[in-house]
Write a protein that binds this ligand. Sequence first.
Ligand code: C2O
Ligand code: CU
Ligand code: CU
Length: 457
Amino acid sequence: MSFTRRQMLGGLAGLAVVGLGAGGTARYWLGRRDDDAGHDYELIAAPLDVELVAGHQTPAWAFGGSAPGTELRVRQGEWLRVRFINHLPVETTIHWHGIRLPLEMDGVPYVSQLPVKPGEYFDYRFRVPDAGSYWYHPHVSSSEELGRGLVGPLIVEEREPTGFAHEVTLNLKNWHVDEEGAFLPFSIPREAARNGTLGRLSTINGVPKPTIDLPAGQIVRVRLLNVDNTATYRLNFRGDAQMRLYALDGNPIEPRPLGKDYWMGPGMRVCLAVKMPAAGEEIAVRDGPVRLGTLRAVATADAPGDWPAPLPPNPVAEPDLANAEKLNFNFEWVGQVSEDIGEKPPSLWQINGVAWDITDKTCADRPIARMQLGKSYILEFKNMTQYQHPIHLHGMSFKVIASNRRKIIPYFTDTFLLGKNERAQVALVADNPGVWMFHCHVIDHMETGLMAAIEVS
Ligand code: C2O
Ligand code: CU
Ligand code: CU
């Protein structure tokens, strides 16, 4: 395997920083798409002290000067060109969660590319086929790197206007910090063997219990992204608001009510249309009974809008179920937990009897399944554990078609929250050649065995 586009910058000190707006907000240039040589964003990962707990500094790591990182935006069908510059004290990569892209751009160390070392840069360039809400994060030392704040939203705008006049992105993350803002362990073996190691301080866009002002009476596209390492949010709202669910994990659905709690596992996203109440009224965004933040309606001169039409479907190939080959994946717990951490994380979980070892660079040479390019497959997921696992596949979207535990309205996704002892079926067309990571998105489950590679060729 040969790797390209990982380079040293000559003299980092003299580098002009462009691409970052004031306060770490995103800026991009629609006018430069045809220019092959440039990039749309210069994204720097660097240490950043943030005030999560009033009066205390937390030594976070940030993309583009904020944690969560700069919101990247690109239009569907166009190229996203990001020059990623590593100013961290550690090596890293960027993985583009949910984007169907070529393997060389997927950010998996030793599979897609070599890790980007401190002081180096890497040019990520790929076309984005699907519109929706996606996100980016490293795929190296993930508990710590995501835990310290290296997560950010990637919004792919539809080709044509959608009818939403207002939108907001809400990144949900729990921080592993104590009352003084100091980091706590990102992964504890005893917790990794159960639900995963939870952070104690919940935030939206890096702020504990924020109040976010939105225009009264207007329909707002609210994108909620679970960028947390561990938490499954039981999303619900309180207040006088009508809302409809428009997309799951980047893929449009026929708009429908949210239902009572929507269980959003790590890595998952929802796109909601929220009709804001009258000025001064508030909507609580909640995780079960816990308020995560508040949407407050503020007066606006805009005339009230109507519910937008369903979002246009993404060009994901429809699997041929009648001729699909079946593959089984069993997710098992094997935990012998000792508190002795050593230099290696413990091996606690397996897929089809095999545990991934993040310290072994050759695991991807032994894919757990092989798929033939262009063929349809039905993947049967069998959770043999007492814990839920958000099962994520790189490189391709899959269609959730059945479950033994709930009624499924089939939909495309990249991450499926597999419940305790649940059996589910998903289907896909193996249309992207490569060796693709397949893992639980509870980061310390992934780092203690729940990961595998699937080869498409
Ligand atoms: Cu968010 Cu391996 O992925
Ligand atoms: Cu991914
Ligand atoms: Cu898991």
